[in-house]
Design a protein around this ligand. Sequence first.
Ligand code: FE
Ligand code: CA
Length: 520
Amino acid sequence: MRPLNRRELLRRAAALAGLAGSGAASALLAGCTPLKAAPREPRGVFSLGVASGDPLPDGVVLWTRLARDPLYGGGMPEVPLAVDWRLAEDPALTVGVRSGTVPALPGDSHAVHVEVGGLEPERWYWYRFFHDGERSRLGRTRTAPAPGSVPAEMRFAVASCQAWHGGYYTAYRHMAAEDLHLVVFLGDYIYEGRISTKGARYFPSDTTRTLADYRNRYALYKLDADLQAAHAAFPWVVTWDDHEVVNNYAGATDPVYTPEPLFLARRAAAYRAFYEHLPLRAAQRPRGPDLTLYRSVAWGDLLTLFVLDTRQYRTDQPCADGVQPLCAGARDPAATLLGPAQEAWLTGALGAATARWSVLAQQVPVMQRALPRAGGLHYAMDKWDGYRAARERLFAALAARPPGETIVLSGDVHESWVGDLWRDFDRPGSAILGTEFVATSISSGGDGRDTKPGTAAILAANPHIRYYNGQRGYLRCAVTPTDWRADFRTVPYVRAPGGPVETAASFRVQRGRPGVVRLG
Ligand code: FE
Ligand code: CA
């Protein structure tokens, strides 16, 4: 970049004075100014909205963060601040009121996580926060059904991969208007990379490495009105993938093999910012570079979500990263996606599961996706395809379950896929252990297409795969004791706001009858 002379600096400053707060100012600045130069807007203290999550039959966690200057560190005084909360059974917050006051601490970026208890099962609640004469927007949340009860139907959405620069959160705008009980989020809540001027949305921001960087990145994302609407409308159950820290990291290893202590310091900053910005319980509060994210969420005896973490404990990709031919290391029993403790927990929990449906909510596709390339079949090695022995162990646990009661929900690949999980993917007719729905991205990847070149060849090479779609959107599920219905809700574009939503395809799984069926 050519250094500016004094006259040029003064000219630009004068131009900016006339343009302050306008998009033209940031356009003028783009490309040749320090990164922290975008115009600042005055904002309320609840600029980042509200959220709720991890519902129990008798409680839920409520979230907000005080931030008057969210893109630049928060702008709050470096002292503990009092936040009042109020939750009730009606939107006016007058019936069955629960309330309290909690401290918002500077060490937590003035984020608060309120674990409300003593609530009634399977019921809507509304809530607000209050601070210094301001009140937050109204949030709505819902408790889980009572243990042992079997609700007639549960409706939820599955979302992942919301690159802010990739496009508008049109999918969230439509999701917020749906009649749902819950949102399940499967990772890539933020992306850590430098934001390019070539994306659908631009804000000058370099790669996130420090706690301050990650906090500002979450703030950028959470300022979005459509994302805030989806958080305010439903409780969320969240897990993460790689981009909450850095692309395709594995445990204590990043893709450029940064010395482990250095990378773990970055991971600690990233995990802390993740916790600070999402509606998680105290059990998920990080300790240094560790955060226990795997857990189960029960919806009565209808469904149990086993929420997995396939990043923190995984071993390095045995066949390297990217799309490659299979290597011997993929069959190494020491290669793991879940790590021994989580794997043992999951195996035990699946073995003891009594709900009508057992659901794995996790990030990277489980199903085999053989990709025909010159020189033979290739596989995406960051997924379960690159960890064959680990998948064998998972499949052994699934094979011990009653057939037709397991559903896997995945994200990560910015495309929609549906496939049955065959005990042996290379042997047609082998036992079907469950069905996997891979939900597409909210915005990552920009405008998508329903098909891509080579789709037919991929489907031909993978007879267990029943569907592909490369558009943006989310998955909507309606679950009854006997049926699982999945609708792929897609938007035709995200690089401009306002796209309509449609159902691109619908599928059904009947409980006890393994194998997915396309509807319509
Ligand atoms: Fe992603
Ligand atoms: Ca990912």
